[in-house]
Ligand binder design. Sequence first.
Ligand code: TMP
Length: 239
Amino acid sequence: MLEKQELLYEGKAKKLYGTSDPNVLWVEYKDSATALNGQKKAIISGKGELNNAISALIFRFLTQEGLENHFIEQLSSTEHLVQRVQIIPLEVVVRNIAAGSLCKRLGVPEGEKLKRPLLEFYLKSDELGDPLINEDHIAVLDLATSTALQEIRATALKVNKLLTELFLSCNLLLVDFKLEFGMRNNELLLADEISPDTCRLWDGDTQRKLDKDVFRQDLGDLTEGYREVLKRLGGIVHV
Ligand code: TMP
């Protein structure tokens, strides 16, 4: 039986612990929410449980579809086990519909369908506010090898295709999302979480926002949207 060990890292929404197996980490989802690079903060009861359930469900779906990732198994309502990887310091964003920083930066109207998926890279750095970077920055700053970058591009687009179809099957639009990748024994592995904290999801009929924008933009009860996402994905809602 695997034992939970020392706290290795505490982020905005999760805690990561070591375990008695050096290749396995213990993830605990928290109820805290942050936005605007940490300027807006709140404790939202039930958010950790909902994100743990949604993320586990999505990673299991990707595994079933043959897309390898770090997820091992869910342990409890707020905890799961993942493979230990060396995280690549990139936030990989895929966009299908204009929203968020794309609208702010380039003046594209929110809701405009993009003619093909748009892939963006941000440097993971709280101090610098996760700046947008290009593939040349990634190469020159040695953030990822060119082989890893090619694989990241292909995997991100494949995840987009699979998740767009999954969400569409429950009348949700996958507007955009963020992925993180890590290296394990020279092998690239999809990591981190995939939840309404890291995706924009709109109702297919009404375009109602069911993701973290509800918190970012003060649009109402955040967990109501997350519960709806979990329910539509076929998960069991406890909170
Ligand atoms: P953006 O429009 O603010 O750049 O966000 C694009 C997508 O990436 C959106 O689904 C939210 C997600 N995201 C994160 O998960 N973490 C972050 O730190 C940022 C900036 C965005």
